[in-house]
Design a protein around this ligand. Structure first.
Ligand SMILES: O=P(O)(O)OC[C@H]1O[C@H](OP(=O)(O)OP(=O)(O)O)[C@H](O)[C@@H]1O
Ligand SMILES: Nc1nc2[nH]cnc2c(=O)[nH]1
Length: 185
């Protein structure tokens, strides 16, 4: 997909700010409180779902006050586009998670196809327990697995295409320190 810097800059200029950095910090404090409470004795592997979870993971793990391992996996449904399709695994989890506790960290739970596939993969690989932490849960009725539990959720968001704090608009603005909604989307 070709995109110009003019478009990228215009998207930011016209975007609606949904959550400020201060609001994100409060949300991440609350997420960390729950994770510290539940997983302090669990010796978990924390899997950051690339690329979107890169920013959240860095902020979240410094709030966790117990021993853990950090790793990553790369699965993408959107491929820097604004509409998702089938899941493309670009890097499978590397650790042996047999009988381990796993914490999946992702930026956004939208339709849930990504998280559902990752959770299934971890259990198939022998994980004892898989928990999910997301910064944003998009509010709509299109969840592919509505019964899937999200254990640590920072914020709800309206049903628009959002970017910032790890989330992209056509590959850009993952570096924005707030969360924004694209005008008209
Ligand atoms: O709930 P879903 O509808 O499955 O969407 C959520 C996924 O979409 C985004 O990833 P994306 O595929 O855009 O890749 P990225 O992490 O590289 O941005 C996001 O990081 C989640 O992993
Ligand atoms: N950047 C971004 N990625 C997503 N993946 C699923 N939903 C979204 C969204 O609203 N924004």
């Amino acid at each position: 997909m070709s995109v110009t810097l003019t478009e990228i800059n215009q998207v930011m200029q016209e975007a609606d700010l949904l959550y400020t950095p201060d609001q994100l910090n409060v949300a991440m404090d609350q997420m960390a409180e729950g994770i510290n409470r539940d997983l302090a004795e669990a010796n978990p592997v924390v899997y950051s779902v690339m690329n979107g979870a890169l920013v959240l993971t860095g902020h979240l793990v410094t709030r966790l006050k117990f021993p853990l391992e950090i790793s990553y996996l790369h699965a993408t449904r959107y491929r820097n586009k604004t509409v998702g399709s089938d899941l493309d695994w670009r890097a499978f989890p590397a650790q042996d998670v047999t009988d381990r506790s796993v914490l999946i960290v992702d930026d956004i739970y939208d339709e849930g196809g990504t998280l559902a596939a990752i959770v299934d993969h971890c259990y198939e690989a022998g994980a004892r327990d898989v928990k999910i932490a997301v910064l944003v849960n998009k509010d709509h009725e299109r969840k592919v697995r509505p019964e899937m539990e999200v254990h640590y959720e920072g914020l709800k968001c309206i049903d628009r295409y959002i970017f910032g704090f790890g989330m992209d608009y056509k590959g850009y603005w993952r570096n924005a320190d707030g969360i924004y909604a694209v005008k008209g989307m």
